[in-house]
Design a protein around this ligand. Structure first.
Ligand SMILES: [Ca+2]
Ligand SMILES: [Ca+2]
Ligand SMILES: [Ca+2]
Length: 407
């Protein structure tokens, strides 16, 4: 009896340890600063903004005019679309106020908006003349696009509220609505335009000044912390297409990514279609694969399929990072082109038969002769035209006998 109890107790302890470790490893927490932040300054005919300023404002000034902050975070580039959001909190640093305690709310913004180069002087409370693409009280992007409602388009639902008093840090702690906002942005059911920071507009003065992403002190910049789990296999991939990469940025394009078995005949286990951004980066999910070892194979409309050097270990609920650009040895057969410090996928294969040869040259030449334009397999630098640049890329890779390397 005693022995049984003892055994049972040990089993429970073991299970608890296992559970706590499972939780520990299945959650990922990321903290990002804002990708844009700005202030909407209310006064008749206002064309005032502060896109590049050190501060943004929320609340009513001593002169009884309204300031509203707008702030957004590019979390879609770091959190996979299959992530299940567990918690969300926003930390802001408040650096100037003439009022006492006032509630400050976050409201989900429902129209896209911009941040130009306007920069206010001094304490920045007066703002500065709006520059191109600045959000203002009237415009989403100065001076050509407008809010539906002056003062910003935002949800009636309060996402979070915090009482802001004297100088210091304030946190809008996680709640169901904040989680819901971010979950929608991640799974694509809503567009991520961030939150409007709404001060207490029922009284004045109530205005609070918060520090922006441009603030000189890194620690004072807005910080959004998101914790999530992944119940699937997910990949954070970086790969550049040589012809599309000018040495600093790549023309964004669609790529197909396969996970393949590490043993012959290297069957496809799962696939994902994704859009590589201007850094060649994308986060994607695989809905069918469970954990295991797989080759990562990247395909593109006119690139040579590129296989990872070795099978890579994927675990369910962990974001796998893989970067083809940092060393030639990241690809099977070291089959990458060197371009301005980066290793890139070869392209020029319009026929997609695994090698660049005369067939591809003829194809590009014909489309070029016909002045074809648009999204074409013969466009080797992604500028939507087929011309001599594309021909040269194809010719050079053909001369170098560029072809696929795979196990
Ligand atoms: Ca800003
Ligand atoms: Ca070919
Ligand atoms: Ca082209």
């Amino acid at each position: 009896m005693i022995k049984n109890y003892h055994t049972h107790f040990l089993l429970v302890v073991a299970m608890l340890i296992l559970l706590s470790f499972t939780n520990l490893f299945s959650q990922t927490t990321v903290t990002v600063t804002s990708s844009k932040d700005n202030t909407l300054f209310d006064f008749p005919g206002s064309t005032i903004s502060n896109g590049a300023g050190n501060y943004f404002f929320a609340g009513k000034t001593a002169g009884d005019v309204i300031r509203r902050g707008v702030i957004a975070f590019d979390i879609n580039s770091v959190i996979p679309p299959c992530a299940v959001i567990q918690s969300v909190s926003l930390k802001l640093h408040m650096s100037k106020t003439i009022s006492a305690i006032n509630p400050v709310q976050l409201r989900k913004i429902t129209s896209d908006w911009g941040e130009g180069t306007s920069t206010a002087v001094g304490e920045e409370g007066q703002g500065a003349p709006a520059e191109e693409n600045d959000a203002t009280w009237m415009t989403t992007f100065y001076d050509t696009q407008f809010w539906i409602n002056a003062g910003g388009d935002f949800s009636n639902t309060v996402s979070a509220s915090a009482n802001v008093n004297g100088l210091g840090y304030y946190t809008w702690g996680s709640n169901a609505q904040l989680v819901n906002d971010v979950q929608g942005w991640i799974n694509g059911s809503a567009s991520n335009y961030g939150w409007l920071v709404l001060g207490d507009e029922s009284t004045f003065p109530s205005v609070k000044r918060f520090d922006t992403k441009e603030n000189d002190s890194v620690n004072f910049r807005p910080a959004l912390t998101v914790t999530y789990t992944i119940n699937k296999v997910a990949l954070n991939l970086t790969t550049l297409i040589n012809g599309f990469f000018d040495g600093s940025v790549m023309r964004s394009d669609t790529a197909g990514v396969y996970l393949r078995n590490v043993y012959s005949p290297y069957a496809k286990v799962d696939s994902a279609k994704t859009i590589l951004n201007s850094s060649g980066n994308s986060v994607m999910c695989f809905n069918n694969a469970s954990g295991g070892q797989f080759y990562i194979v990247v395909t593109h409309r006119n690139s040579i399929d590129t296989w990872s050097k070795l099978g890579q270990t994927f675990a369910v609920d962990t974001l796998k990072n893989y970067d083809f650009t940092n060393a030639p040895t990241q690809a099977f057969g070291d089959n990458l082109a060197f371009n301005t410090g980066k290793y890139c996928m070869f392209n020029g294969d319009m026929s997609r038969d695994g090698s660049v040869d005369v067939t591809d040259i003829v194809g590009v030449y014909n489309d070029g002769t016909n002045f074809f334009s648009g999204y074409l397999v013969t466009d080797m630098n992604g500028d939507d035209f087929v011309d001599v640049t594309d021909l040269l890329i194809t010719y050079n890779n053909s001369s170098s006998f560029v072809s696929i390397a795979r196990p």
